[in-house]
Design a protein around this ligand. Sequence first.
Ligand code: NAI
Ligand code: MG
Length: 343
Amino acid sequence: MKEYVISVIRGDGIGPEVVAGCSTVLHNAASAASLKLEFVDAPAGDETGRLKGKALPDSTIETITHSDACLKGPVGKSAADVIVRLRQELDLYANVRPAKSLPGVRCLDAGVDMVIVRENTEDLYKGLEIEFDGGVLALRSITAKASERISRFAFELSRSRAGKKSVVCVHKNNVLRKSDGLFVGTFYKVAGEFQDVKAEDMLVDSAAMNFIRKPSEFDVVVTTNLYGDILSDETAQVVGGLGLTPSANIGEKYAIFEPVHGSAPDIAGTGTANPTAIILSASMMLDWLSRSRKDSDCLRASEMIRKAVHRTLADGVKTRDLGGSAGTSDFAAAVSSRLEIPS
Ligand code: NAI
Ligand code: MG
């Protein structure tokens, strides 16, 4: 039986609630797939900052780097000090954000199956803000190296998917001629290596419209950090809302899996948050472990979870954000009860 250490950031607001629901599902799926998962607490976020004086203690980074993968609940106001820092320090350069229509969930178009691949280490998120008399200068960094590796990641992802074999590069090079100019130019250079995948580009404002107008026409979208952050909340809504969409922060050595959504302070403590986004993030984590550790049991567990979520939603078990009445733990229990070992 393979054993994996999973570091867990429980986070703030609805974080601990959705993490608890997800842990039950993960535990049940792992034992059904003959895997052993050891969960190790990796404290981070607003509450950790209050208790320890630092939202991201060094010991937490160490716990993450000594684990096989990290599952993260959302944090609150300290997001820039926690997840933005972790992405840069651990060089988790690819932020993978799928948006897929789910059975029984009201959405804009039942045929959506797209993934935003967001560059995760640079752009305005370097946090280089310089105050001057009467204003602030925010510096945006775009490099050929980061643009090249994120483009390659996007093409490889599209090639591996059953979808349309297309990558759309989203940018604003009509205004940001040099920075987004470099991003798009590098994208097309990499496109030359992937003749089997269609390469196109689109202005970010036009992309924002087209994600509503014809979302099912997209396969993989690659973009810079800020646009990817904003557009992935939009694509979440296109398929039914932020309670549903998972994400992966992937680097060469480490990976962190978390929902796209934040700590939702408006519903924290009510037990009503939708844990689907983090449960699907856990499924992505097992899929990544299956590929990086060449372990088919992880793939079985990953698929088991994904299918159980689909069955649960198709059966009409829904949390409040989707018009239902199931609480966070009810929903997680319903998913657990639908885990089926693939034959
Ligand atoms: P949010 O994503 O927390 O909430 C936006 C809306 O979606 C709210 O109405 C919320 O109730 C709803 N929502 C989100 N997740 C839900 C779920 N699982 N089930 C049901 N409803 C859900 O975004 P907001 O309010 O802009 O940010 C709140 C805090 O989260 C901020 O302090 C922000 O810094 C932090 N944040 C942290 C992130 C991270 O840890 N990666 C990512 C995004 C925001
Ligand atoms: Mg965001």
